[in-house]
Design a protein around this ligand. Structure first.
Ligand code: AMP
Length: 216
């Protein structure tokens, strides 16, 4: 499928979970700037060193760093469809993306905005666990691994809670979302691309709605 999709929404709304499921089902590339930044930190690259303090504090990484990183990654891709997860997060990022897509004569097909309230996010994120080995994501309440503390995918016993998923950091990230990212809802609404998703529901219900929209 050659769709170009953006997933907008606060941290913990389920963007990553749904993007990775749709990636395999529709052969779309899942591009997550959060994952790219975490990889940069793991490999101790210059970008990773610059980004880590912002991420640990629940703040956004400066626009110029994230824009360069994403546009570089996009330039290296074969032509094809993608889901952008966690980008853009500010107006300058949205404008930089529009400018690049215009050059490439590519247009965004849909922007899905995942909506869920702050308390639900704190509850969800503090029970989220990530595998240190392969990055697989679990949730001790809604999607536990088969054996406690062990990754189903790679078998490593290194599931951990991301520092930015601790309750205080989540509240901070939600505040940042409201202040800096929520204005994009209006931006994409005006462009006629916005589709709101009630993300307080269960994973299966949301997946079914996304599938209907994709195939409709
Ligand atoms: P995520 O995994 O999408 O929740 O992102 C984790 C953290 O990475 C965020 O809290 C930000 O610090 C940083 N980050 C990810 N994407 C962006 C972006 N588009 N702009 C700025 N910072 C970002």
């Amino acid at each position: 499928m050659k769709k170009h999709i953006i997933f907008l929404g606060p941290p913990g709304a389920g963007k990553g979970t749904h993007a990775s499921a749709l990636q395999s089902e529709y052969r779309l590339l899942h591009l997550s700037t959060g994952d790219m930044l975490r990889e940069a930190i793991t490999s101790a690259s210059e970008l990773g060193n610059k980004a880590s303090a912002f991420m640990d504090a629940g703040q956004l990484v400066p626009d110029e760093l994230v824009i360069d990183m994403l546009l570089e990654r996009m330039a290296s891709l074969e032509q094809g469809g993608w889901i952008l997860d966690g980008f853009p997060r500010t107006l300058p990022q949205a404008e930089a993306l529009d400018a690049r897509l215009q050059e490439q004569q590519v247009s965004i097909d849909q922007v899905f905005c995942f909506e869920v309230d702050e308390e639900k996010l704190v509850e969800r994120l503090s029970s989220r666990q990530v595998c240190k080995g392969c990055g697989a994501v679990y949730n001790t309440q809604s999607k536990p691994p088969k054996t406690l503390g062990v990754c189903d995918d790679c078998g490593k016993k290194e599931l951990y809670v991301r520092p930015d998923d601790e309750a205080d950091a989540v509240r901070k990230r939600f505040e940042v979302y409201e202040a800096q990212t929520a204005p994009l809802i209006d931006y994409y609404k005006r462009a006629g691309l916005l589709c709101r998703i009630d993300a307080s529901r269960g994973i299966e219900e949301i997946r079914a709605e996304l599938k209907r929209s994709f195939e409709g």
